[in-house]
Design a protein around this ligand. Structure first.
Ligand code: SF4
Ligand code: SF4
Length: 388
């Protein structure tokens, strides 16, 4: 699969197909038969995680998410849809930019030390149910971790053999704002196949778009029929309805400049009063990529190892340099996170660092909302009027 920002648009002339919902399992088995480990959304412990999908029935059938700042709940509906929820706290980040991994070991011997590198990872995975916002997040991480000055060969190895089945969202969550960020709700590129679930006219089916030769080869072996123009229109209407029902919006016009001109805005103090510096927002964010390395030795002193772990700019230790932490206050850390995401990310990586998935809003234990904070900081400060 090509990254969304490098992939060619879906080739012209590839007409969409219709796959009956009861045949979704044929797609799962076809991917498994090609040697892919199929990963997708699975309901677990009241949330949606990403795990191995062995059968279509493993998907969160009939479940919808109810999200709000600091709140997430799954509710059952009687529509039987496979993909009626939006996104859970887990993103595809864990599949490629794994949270914890050993990089090498060092062993002491009579002759001295020997360094044992960790074998390069290899995985052949199919992502089943990747949303448009998450495809953009993967593209952002690809730019940083595969094309930048500090490319990570272990990330590149995990990204080298991936088949993507995108799913166009059929409803928007209360904390979603992908339309504002230009990242959804419809997957435009970066997929091998894209599904739009149709539940109209008493018929449950998927409109299947083909985005690559690999996708076309998979469809060739499936029980599909050509989509009618009416079905293609119905899929377009589903995306339009989702786009018009976003739970949040963010005015990105001049936002970078507005944020960078307001680094002393009093709103930073207000949000710092609420922020717990718990790091949740960075851990659930599909684009946050910072890591640290940790060296440990065993009690005998014979073996040491270096481990890479996801880190967060909300910890005091993250910016610790000689003499102490550069950002010792929560105000400084929140300001750094938000202005990096929405402003200096543009300077550093050529795009916003936010794809509007809303995870940081939902999973913030005190319900801090990046769209509210960015809008408040970006507004001119209201000073009390004084006489004379
Ligand atoms: S900053 Fe928040 S809304 Fe934006 S991509 Fe990260 S988790 Fe999603
Ligand atoms: S903004 Fe919310 S999720 Fe992020 S560190 Fe502060 S309290 Fe935690």
């Amino acid at each position: 699969m090509l990254a969304p920002d490098r992939a060619e648009p879906a080739p012209a002339g590839r007409s969409p197909w219709i796959l009956g919902a009861s045949d979704l399992d044929v797609l799962v088995q076809a991917l498994a038969g090609l040697g892919y480990r199929v990963l997708g959304p699975v309901a677990r412990d009241g949330g949606i995680v990403i795990d191995e999908v062995r059968r279509a029935a493993d998907l969160p059938v009939g479940l919808e998410d109810v999200q709000a700042p600091g709140r997430f709940r799954l509710e059952r509906r009687d529509h039987g849809a496979y993909f009626a929820f939006t996104v859970g706290h887990v993103s595809w980040k864990q599949t490629f930019h794994v949270p914890v991994e050993r990089l090498f070991q060092v062993r002491r011997s009579k002759e001295g030390f020997s360094v044992i590198p960790e074998p390069m990872p290899h995985q052949r995975v199919a992502l089943l149910g990747a949303r448009a916002c998450d495809l953009h997040a993967i593209a952002i991480q690809d730019r940083i971790l595969m094309q930048g000055a500090h490319a990570d060969p272990r990330y590149a190895a995990r990204r080298s053999d991936v088949f993507v089945v995108a799913v166009n969202c059929i409803r928007a969550g209360n904390t979603c704002f992908c339309v504002s960020m230009g990242t959804g709700p419809r997957a435009e590129r970066g997929f091998d196949l894209a599904l739009t679930e149709l539940l109209d006219a008493g018929e449950h089916r998927f409109l299947v778009e083909v985005g690559s030769d690999a996708g076309a080869a998979v469809v060739a072996g499936m029980p599909v029929r050509p989509a009618t123009p009416e079905e293609a229109d119905a899929a377009a209407r589903v995306s339009a309805r989702t786009a018009s029902s976003m739970g949040r919006e963010l005015d990105t016009d001049g936002l970078k400049e507005r944020l960078q001109q307001n680094l002393e805005h009093p709103r930073w103090d207000e949000v710092a009063e609420r922020c717990l510096a718990c790091t949740n927002c960075t851990l659930v964010c599909p684009t946050c990529f910072c890591t640290d390395v940790e060296d440990t030795t065993d009690l005998t002193g014979e073996t040491a190892e270096r481990t890479k772990r996801l880190d967060s700019c909300f910890t005091m230790g993250f910016s610790h340099v000689h003499g102490g932490s550069v950002r010792s206050s929560i105000k400084a850390r929140y300001r750094q996170w938000l202005t990096h995401k929405l402003a200096s990310w543009h300077d550093q990586f050529g795009s916003s660092g936010c794809v509007g998935c809303g995870r940081c809003i939902t999973w913030c234990p005190v319900g801090i909302d990046i769209t509210e904070e960015a809008a408040a900081v970006g507004r001119p400060e209201q000073r009390p009027e004084t006489d004379g």
